[in-house]
Design a protein around this ligand. Structure first.
Ligand code: CO
Length: 365
């Protein structure tokens, strides 16, 4: 982390040193842009979380932790990826401890997922997420594929695609209604679970310490905490040895939980240890971009969006993403791309609206 301060100075910066690192992952984005949207998101999410806590309702997700045969999970995941638009002629799905996507051009896009016999949705959401990244790369036009703009434009826009499929589509009531019968065919223990119960279970809100296990509502808070800390460190406002204390204070303040040790706190991610400072904001930016695409692009152009999701055939939605995002590859900076696709600069309001609409219904708040 210390060395990243030097790297930023070698690269050069104008407003704050952290801008130089941010630009490596989200070209053109500045601290002044992110501070504004992230503080709105943070305050909005904390207040929705408070309302859910005050309501105090328990969600039963025990049926997701029954026993699910791994071979049947593999079969289902393969079919699901295909339905989302993953092209097996130009890609493969393998297994790894931590799922990822890697590609060699647009004709060889490889994703991994992971299986747990006692956690059905772990593989399902890993597959959907990585398929979202992969579909982006597979849809890069051949004319761009062998150039230096022949790939996804930024980490944030990439995450917008994976998270759009994983959360906005994959955790919606419509999608669950379409997929549950297909799951219950393979896993009869789910045949007594209703789509509403299933929908609630995959959206269970549970403030926790570990980012990669976080629910959709609290996930962005995990990211904002990391952003605030790494920005303060790079800009020289805090020292290295103050990070664990700062971490605990922010977790207590935003999420109401506190790590008992460094392993479940400040040391849990690979990013800082690997020197990838400036990367974290991409995940939350992806959530914001995705919600803005939904409200200002997809719902505008596909008024029957909800029916499409509920039909289980997502090709027209993937088609929108292809026509408005994927085909441009790295031609436009993220800020230009989002404005072209949605007619507006990046705003926090669509993500907050999406979260508000979703969780007020789910939790009756
Ligand atoms: Co991702």
């Amino acid at each position: 982390m210390q060395f990243n301060r030097k790297i930023a100075d070698y690269i050069g910066w104008e407003e704050t040193r952290y801008d130089a690192l941010l630009d490596l992952y989200e070209p053109g984005m500045k601290v002044s842009d992110i501070d504004k949207v992230f503080s709105e998101v943070r305050d909005g999410l904390v207040s929705i979380l408070d309302r859910i806590r005050a309501k105090g309702s328990e969600v039963d997700d025990s049926f997701l932790h029954d026993k699910f045969d791994k071979r049947l999970q593999e079969e289902y995941n393969r079919e699901l990826a295909e339905r989302l638009g993953f092209d097996f002629e130009a890609g493969v799905i393998a297994v790894s401890a931590h799922p990822f996507t890697t590609n060699f051009g647009n004709k060889d896009v490889r994703i991994t997922t992971r299986y747990d016999e006692n956690d059905l949705m772990m593989s399902v959401y890993s597959t959907i997420h990585e398929a979202g990244h992969a579909i982006y790369e597979q849809n890069i036009p051949d004319e761009l594929a062998k150039t230096n703009i022949g790939g996804g434009v930024s980490m944030g826009i990439h995450e917008s695609q994976s998270r759009f499929y994983e959360n906005i589509v994959g955790r919606s009531r419509g999608f669950i209604g379409a997929e549950l019968p297909k799951l219950a065919e393979r896993f009869p223990n789910l045949s007594k679970v209703s789509p509403d119960e299933f929908h609630k279970a995959v959206n269970k809100v549970m403030p926790s310490l570990i980012r990669i296990e976080a629910d959709e509502l609290t996930y962005s808070l995990h990211i904002i905490i990391r952003y605030e800390i790494e920005k303060a460190f790079i800009n020289g406002e805090v020292d290295f040895n103050e990070l664990p204390k700062l971490w605990s204070a922010k977790y207590r303040e935003y999420l109401g939980v506190e790590p008992a040790n460094f392993r479940e706190g400040v040391l849990q991610d690979v990013h800082w240890a690997g020197g990838m400072i400036g990367y974290f904001p991409s995940y939350a930016l992806g959530n914001l971009y995705g919600a803005q695409m939904l409200y200002k692009g997809i719902l505008r152009d596909l008024p029957d969006y909800n029916e499409i999701v509920a039909s289980g055939d997502l090709r027209r939605i993937t088609g929108w993403l292809k026509d408005n995002i994927h085909i441009h590859g790295g031609t436009y900076k993220p800020s230009v791309l989002i404005e072209k696709a949605t007619g507006e600069a990046l705003s926090a309001s669509y993500f907050l609206r999406y979260i508000e609409e979703k969780y007020s219904k789910l939790y009756g708040i």
